[in-house]
Design a binder for this molecule. Structure first.
Ligand SMILES: [Zn+2]
Length: 292
C-alpha cells in the first residue's frame, strides 16, 4: 500500500470546490491512477478561510474523508486564535488523526504554539509543520527554519513532522533530526519524536542532492521519512504524484543501504501509519551518540 502524507483541501480559496462528496470521489480516482491508496487530508488554511468558523473547517475535512478507510483527516490549527486549545479538543473528539500548523505569523517557540503542541500531545495526536521557505507572501523565514523547532524538545510524548525536508535547509533539518533522535533515547521520559516529510519543496534538479545528503548521512531514517505531494483534493495532480514517486524511487535504489523495498514500504506507508497512531510498530533504531 502507498499513501500520500500531505494533501491539502482548498490550497487556494478561489479555486476550492466546496463539495466534499465530489472531491472525495474525484480524489480517490486520481489517487488510484497515481498508484496510491489514500493519504492525510489537511483541512483548509484558517488564514485563507478566515470567514469559516472552526466547526465548518473541521466538518469540511471530515466529510471529505468520510467512509474511506485510508483517508486520514488532519485539522489545520492557528494557535494564535484565542480558542485554539478548545479547537484541539473539538477536533480530537470528532476523530481527526492529527494536526497541521504553518508558522507564518509566529515562531515555534511562541508560548501559544508550545501550549497548543502540549495539548496535541496530551490528546495523543501528532502535528505536521511546514518547514523551509514558505510561499505565504509574507516575511516568515525566521519562523520556518528547522533549528527553531528545537523548542519542541521539552514537550513530552509529542510526535511532530517537518515538511519539505525544510527546503532549502535540508542539512539543518537532518541535523535537527539527529538531535531529536539522540534525545529520544537520552530522555525516555520525554520521548518527543521527529519525522521528516519529503514533500517537494525541492526543485526537481535539487532533489538528488537533497536525497543524497538525507540518505547517506549516518542517522537511522528508515522509520521516520514520510512521502507526500502537496496536491489538493479539488484537483489532485496525478502526473505530479507519479513523477515524484518515480524520481524518489530511483534515488532510494541508488542511495539506500540495506533492504530498499523495506525502506520504500516504510516511507510510503508504514511511517505514516505509525505517525498517525494507526500502527503500533516499534522500530529498533540505532542511537546516534557523540564520538561514534
Ligand atoms: Zn503543504
Amino acid at each position: 500500500m502507498r499513501l500520500d502524507g500531505h494533501i491539502h483541501t482548498g490550497l487556494e480559496k478561489s479555486e476550492y470546490i466546496v463539495d466534499p462528496a465530489r472531491n472525495q470521489k474525484d480524489l480517490m480516482e486520481r489517487l488510484s491512477k497515481a498508484g496510491l491508496d489514500g493519504g492525510v487530508i489537511l483541512s483548509v488554511d484558517p488564514l485563507k478561510f478566515a470567514d469559516w468558523d472552526p466547526e465548518r473547517r473541521l466538518q469540511d475535512c471530515l466529510d471529505t474523508c468520510k467512509g474511506q478507510e485510508h483517508l486520514y483527516p488532519f485539522y489545520y490549527l492557528n494557535p494564535l486564535e484565542s480558542d485554539a486549545l478548545d479547537q484541539i479538543d473539538m477536533a480530537a473528539k470528532a476523530g481527526v488523526y492529527g494536526f497541521k500548523m504553518i508558522c507564518t505569523l509566529y515562531a515555534p517557540s511562541d508560548e501559544r504554539c508550545l501550549r497548543a503542541c502540549e495539548r496535541i500531545a496530551q490528546v495523543g495526536k501528532p502535528v505536521l509543520f511546514h518547514s523551509g521557505i514558505c510561499w505565504d507572501g509574507v516575511n516568515s523565514c525566521n519562523n520556518n527554519r528547522p533549528g527553531n523547532f528545537e523548542a519542541l524538545i521539552e514537550i513530552p510524548h509529542l510526535k511532530f513532522c517537518l515538511a519539505h525536508i525544510s527546503w532549502p535547509w535540508y542539512d539543518e533539518c537532518i541535523a535537527v533530526y539527529g538531535k531529536f533522535n539522540n534525545a529520544y533515547y537520552r530522555r525516555p521520559e520525554m520521548s518527543c519524536e521527529m519525522f521528516i516529510d519529503v514533500t517537494p519543496g525541492t526543485p526537481r534538479r535539487h532533489r538528488e542532492d537533497a536525497f543524497r545528503h538525507l540518505l547517506t548521512c549516518d542517522y537511522e531514517l528508515r522509520y521516520n521519512l514520510i512521502f507526500g505531494t502537496d496536491c489538493n483534493t479539488s484537483k489532485y495532480n496525478t502526473s505530479w504524484a507519479v513523477e515524484w514517486q518515480q524520481r524518489d524511487d530511483a534515488l532510494y535504489e541508488k542511495y539506500c543501504d540495506g533492504d530498499v523495498e523495506d525502506f520504500k514500504e516504510h516511507v510510503y506507508c508504514r511511517n505514516i501509519l505509525r505517525f498517525i497512531g494507526v500502527s503500533d510498530e516499534k522500530p529498533e533504531k540505532a542511537i546516534p551518540m557523540v564520538g561514534e
